[in-house]
Design a protein around this ligand. Structure first.
Ligand SMILES: NC(=O)C1=CN([C@@H]2O[C@H](COP(=O)(O)OP(=O)(O)OC[C@H]3O[C@@H](n4cnc5c(N)ncnc54)[C@H](O)[C@@H]3O)[C@@H](O)[C@H]2O)C=CC1
Ligand SMILES: CC(=O)C(=O)O
Length: 373
């Protein structure tokens, strides 16, 4: 199969969908990889390294996009929709629930879109989301600590406190991969950390992992409201796979927070969990102030640490790409149920239920389309 790797064009998105090591894996199996010139530079991979690995360098995005399968990191931006064609296999993060226009473009052009974030193993885990959630979770506490500094607009709180001065309070809503990794860093910084989750079993696991270094609470509006009033930093880390994030924090709760507190809504890629995170921000201009609270809502946080993120991401995506390339998407997805769950659009239909519900579009079962065709 011919595989295209375009350069990412989102603001400060320095990751790339394939490393030279990934090229070697695919080329060794008889496939051809076409990398847009300069695509790897942000992650420290030169065109020469890709050529040495066996890739062909193409000078335009269009040449990368005309291959049978295109691998990307971020969802296509509107200026990339012109590259869609019927039967194109697009393997990337998509986050379609908050993206009606992208969903429509994929359906209208009958793209076979396979979303990294909905590839799901039998145990419910999301193997192609996990490494980037690890990165974003760790960054969330780091970034929160930074924006709490007065010159950055925060209330001037040092999360660790000092002897004689109390520690800063961090509340993490959602105790999955992002939440756990945010907690690791926040605990390491010496903060007073609370994790709120809906799943009692998950709260037990977190209690086992962190012991008395964190507090755990069941997710309900009262517990969230009480935790927010006292928090210096709140991190949004909830996910319902494929669906629009639930708005768990109301505008009134935000108003109850102290001036200069910070929220980092990591779940913004699925629409965000705060009523007041009504827009996505960029690494160039990452925060805005609403009701005296600094809001950080960057949807591609790992793009700021591309070397770590690109290697972490491709460690997990390349083995799936190899299956798609070796077998074609029909056979690969029929034989691998985790990959099957990644298909979000196929033959002009939405095949992921939560995405169809988010946009009030007809939903078609992916199995039945694969059997019929
Ligand atoms: N902004 C960015 O750059 C990035 C964003 N993300 C996003 O971060 C979000 C979280 O991802 P993961 O941690 O990997 O998901 P996960 O599935 O590991 O964890 C989600 C957690 O939310 C909990 N949850 C569900 N409903 C809840 C509720 N009503 N109240 C409290 N907790 C609830 C679940 O029990 C689970 O523990 C996703 O939207 C993901 O796409 C991930 C990486 C980068
Ligand atoms: C998960 C995601 O969308 C990202 O890493 O940018």
């Amino acid at each position: 199969m011919n595989i295209g790797v375009p350069r990412e064009i989102k603001n400060n998105e320095n990751r790339v969908a394939m490393t030279p090591a990934g090229v070697v894996t695919l080329e060794s199996a008889g496939h051809r990889v076409f990398v847009e010139t300069g695509a790897g530079l942000g992650s420290g991979f030169t065109d020469e390294q890709y050529i040495a690995a066996g890739a062909e360098i193409v000078s335009t995005a269009g040449e990368a996009w005309q291959q049978e399968m295109v691998m990307k990191v971020k969802e296509p931006l509107s200026e990339e929709y012109k590259f869609f064609y019927e039967g194109l296999i697009l393997f990337t993060y998509l986050h379609l629930a908050p993206e009606p226009e992208l969903t429509k473009a994929l359906i209208d052009n009958k793209v076979v879109s396979i979303a990294y974030e909905t590839v799901q193993l039998d145990n419910g885990s999301l193997p192609l989301l996990t490494p980037m959630s690890e990165v974003a979770g760790r960054m969330a506490s780091q970034i929160g600590a930074q924006f709490l500094e007065k010159p950055k607009g925060g209330r001037g709180v040092l999360l660790s406190g000092i002897p004689g001065v109390r520690r800063g309070k961090v509340t993490i809503i959602g105790g999955g991969v992002v939440g756990t990794n945010a907690a690791k860093i926040a605990v390491g910084l010496g903060a007073d950390v609370t994790i709120i989750d809906l799943n009692p079993e998950r709260l037990r696991q977190l209690d086992d992992i962190f012991g008395s270094t964190i507090n755990t609470f069941m997710s309900n509006p009262l517990n969230i409201a009480e935790a927010l009033e006292e928090s210096d930093l709140v991190i949004g880390a909830v996910l319902i796979p494929g669906a629009k994030a639930p708005k768990l924090v109301s505008e009134d709760m935000i108003k109850s927070m102290r001036e200069g507190s910070v929220i980092v809504d990591v779940a913004i890629d699925q629409g965000g969990i705060f009523e007041t995170t009504d827009r996505i921000t960029t690494h160039d201009d990452p925060t805005y102030n609403k009701h005296g609270v600094l809001h950080y809502a960057v949807a591609n946080m790992p793009g700021a640490v591309p070397r770590t993120s690109t290697i972490g991401l491709t460690n997990v995506t390349v083995p799936y790409a190899l299956q798609l390339a070796n077998k074609g998407y029909r056979k690969a997805c029929t034989e691998n149920k985790a990959l099957l769950k990644g298909i979000n659009t196929l033959d002009g239909f939405v095949t992921y239920k939560a995405v169809a519900e988010a946009h009030k579009l007809d939903y078609a079962e992916v199995d039945s389309i694969l059997q019929d065709s």
